[in-house]
Design a protein around this ligand. Sequence first.
Ligand code: PAF
Length: 280
Amino acid sequence: MEIVHSASVLDEMLQPFRLAGKTIGFVPTMGALHEGHATLVKRCAAENDLCVVSIFVNPTQFNNIEDLKHYPRTPEKDYLLLESIGTDIIFTPSVEEVYPEPDKRVFDFGMLDKVMEGHFRPGHFNGVAQVVSKLFTVVRPDKAYFGEKDFQQLAIVREMVRQLQLPVVIVGVPTVREADGLAMSSRNQRLSEEQKKNASQIQRVLRASDAMRGGYTPGQVADYVVGEINNVPGLSVEYYEIVDGNTLQPISSWEKTAYAVGCIAVFCGDVRLIDNIRYN
Ligand code: PAF
């Protein structure tokens, strides 16, 4: 496994593989890796001739400087994990390498980034699109892997690829969970054992809400979810929206879509967690 900090060195390293017609798979990450990332990387390694993983905590997608400062960084542990699961190259550039000058690009994602995370974290998805498009330009992957936990991010990345006509297949990978249902996230490292137990109630309530679909409107189901989760000690819901999984716009009745998804953001102390459920 090689660890590369420079985009030009990475490009030189990848060129012979491209010329030989080998497929390049890519997993962009911000490090602090967990079993969820490992699932993406294993899939990437299994489906491509070469597996490239980036570790880069992207400042342009943080709209809260404290969040950026506290974002966990565990490079040595990450390298060991990545080596053990089939990573060929880790690309871990500096901020100056990725942004030699400020990235002034402003993407237009229509209504996709006006709701949920986009509403509560203004500028977040523009920053994600900036960094992912830059990373795609350097790595030029055939396939790139993203977790479905970040449901809105996945939709935004697909839309960015469509707009920029990038020749990359975006693969969405199901959320990996702890045994009690808590979605794996780098932010879980900041939770105490007690907080983790409380946070596991998020998925329990979402699953319970699935059974209500027969007799209640999406609005009533959303009210139930918010009420139940706010009753758990230490949890405070920022939003819960039941949306069409393609347009991400809220739905007022179940008949409006065959692809209803509930997306939630919850504060557990000062740690902000997101999760979602597909209503079948
Ligand atoms: O999901 C993440 O970890 C980040 O948003 C990503 C896609 C690596 C871009 O910085």
